[in-house]
Design a binder for this molecule. Structure first.
Ligand SMILES: NC(=O)c1ccc[n+]([C@@H]2O[C@H](COP(=O)([O-])OP(=O)(O)OC[C@H]3O[C@@H](n4cnc5c(N)ncnc54)[C@H](O)[C@@H]3O)[C@@H](O)[C@H]2O)c1
Ligand SMILES: *[C@@H]1O[C@H](CO)[C@@H](O)[C@H](O)[C@H]1NC(C)=O
Ligand SMILES: *[C@@H]1O[C@H](CO)[C@@H](O)[C@H](O)[C@H]1NC(C)=O
Ligand SMILES: *[C@@H]1O[C@H](CO)[C@@H](O)[C@H](O)[C@H]1NC(C)=O
Length: 372
């Protein structure tokens, strides 16, 4: 997804740049300037002042690394360039090997203009633009039930946003298949087998993530089962099983997060926590999901001053293997008629919500049940 523009040595390339600009082509994510004479400075100014770089775009500049081969002139230019960059508030040096500079603001520097409020809204909070603030770089996440369906989509979304993800599923081969997908996409992950209803499994998983990656920042307690039976036929065994899977996840991660003083817990509840997905028969399920909402609303405010936020996502009916059972298939058309969008949700419809709740932009909120 990088639009790259190699800048060549010739005057022709300058014309080419101006042409691109006039044709209103795009802004570039990266510009690589491979010249070391005076024109380096010209190119730099042209690119910055004509707004050719996207916000947070990168300019890579060649600095002669071999002093034996570079002329005095080159050296002077390199030093001049370094001074210019150090004095330019729009750019920030992010790496010296090779030299590269990051654009801090999209605007050309002009003298401070009267009437412009240069606060956190103008610059971006802590000088980070909104998309940067949604990023999860260096965060450690786990997703239970990550082997398929909604959990798999959450795993990908968190990974794309920069997190390392532990994919936890009762079926190890499913988790491993998702880990493979992430590897192909260049995202760090690990697949782990666990039955989240079993205390010993849960402890082993948490210990192992902390041993490997040091901490847990984002916990998606997403595994769930739906056994579908009429209320009068619901056995206590089914009740216990459903509750065991839905409602124990929170306790997996809260201790470690409280001791870190930071964490985001994101439970998967369901629209069934709020409304009646008639004519589906799922007493234990929707009661357990109503429990998930309370398990979100209660600890949320309790822990916010200790850095831990708890929220939940309540999807409507999502097209996943969960609903392709014989009991549910016949209901799909009936549901669709009652869904404003006229279709079931896709797992990709839920992905941005998990990133939002996992990122610092949502730090002010807790205890929320986000219905999608
Ligand atoms: N599909 C929907 O319409 C829908 C709607 C609202 C909420 N939800 C909820 O979203 C979550 C994910 O649903 P889905 O549709 O992706 O389900 P799914 O059945 O497609 O996937 C669930 C995954 O969880 C794993 N899992 C099951 N029990 C487990 C356990 N004890 N320990 C660890 N892993 C276990 C399964 O192996 C599977 O990979 C569930 O909590 C579900 O209740 C689903
Ligand atoms: C670029 O190279 C010059 C000369 O080799 C050196 O003095 C300067 O420190 C380099 N600039 C940076 C930012 O590393
Ligand atoms: C639910 O969990 C409890 C505690 O681990 C266990 O004793 C019970 O057997 C579980 N019930 C079912 C039906 O899985
Ligand atoms: C849960 O499901 C049952 C029957 O399937 C229904 O009667 C009940 O109203 C549902 N409750 C909620 C909150 O969805």
């Amino acid at each position: 997804c990088l639009s790259m523009l190699p800048v060549l040595y010739t005057l022709g390339s300058t014309i080419y740049l101006i042409f691109l600009r006039l044709m209103n082509c795009e802004q570039f994510d990266m510009v690589f300037i491979v010249v070391a004479e005076q024109s380096l400075i010209n190119y730099y100014s042209l690119i910055i002042c004509s707004n050719m770089l996207k916000m947070n775009g990168v300019i890579c500049l060649q600095n002669k690394t071999n002093p034996a081969k570079s002329s005095d002139k080159d050296e002077t230019v390199a030093m001049k360039m370094t001074d210019i960059i150090n004095a330019d508030p729009r750019v920030e040096q992010v790496s010296a090997v090779p030299l590269s500079f990051k654009i801090g603001s999209q605007t050309c520097p002009r003298d401070p203009q009267p009437g412009i409020t240069t606060d956190g809204v103008f610059w971006g909070y802590k000088r980070r633009c909104i998309l940067d603030r949604l990023r999860l770089d260096c965060k450690v996440a786990y997703v239970t039930g990550g082997g398929q369906g909604i959990g798999r989509a959450f795993v990908h979304a968190l990974g794309e946003a920069g997190a390392k993800v532990a994919i936890i599923d009762i079926a190890l081969e499913k988790a491993q298949a998702v880990a493979k997908e992430l590897e192909v996409n260049g995202i760090k992950s690990v697949a782990m087998a666990a039955d989240v209803s079993k205390a010993e499994d849960v402890k082993r998983i948490v210990d192992s993530i902390v041993a490997n990656w040091g901490r847990i920042d984002i916990a998606c307690n997403n595994a769930g089962i739906n056994m579908n039976s009429a209320s009068e036929d619901t056995t206590l065994e089914e009740w216990d099983k459903t509750f065991n899977v839905s409602l124990r996840g929170l306790f997996m991660c809260c201790r470690i997060m409280l001791s870190q003083g930071y964490g985001k817990i994101i439970n998967t509840a369901s629209m069934a926590s709020l409304i009646v997905p008639h004519p589906q028969k799922q007493l234990a399920y929707n009661t357990s999901k109503a429990g998930v909402v309370k398990l979100t609303q209660t600890p949320g405010p309790e822990w916010i001053d200790r850095g831990v936020r708890v929220s939940c996502i309540s999807p409507g009916i999502v097209d996943t293997p969960l609903i392709h059972t014989d009991a549910l298939k016949p209901l799909v058309q009936r549901w669709s008629n009652n869904i404003p969008a006229g279709r079931l949700a896709r797992v990709t419809d839920l992905q941005a919500a998990v990133v939002y709740l996992a990122s610092e932009v949502s730090d002010y909120m807790t205890g929320h049940n986000l219905v999608i």
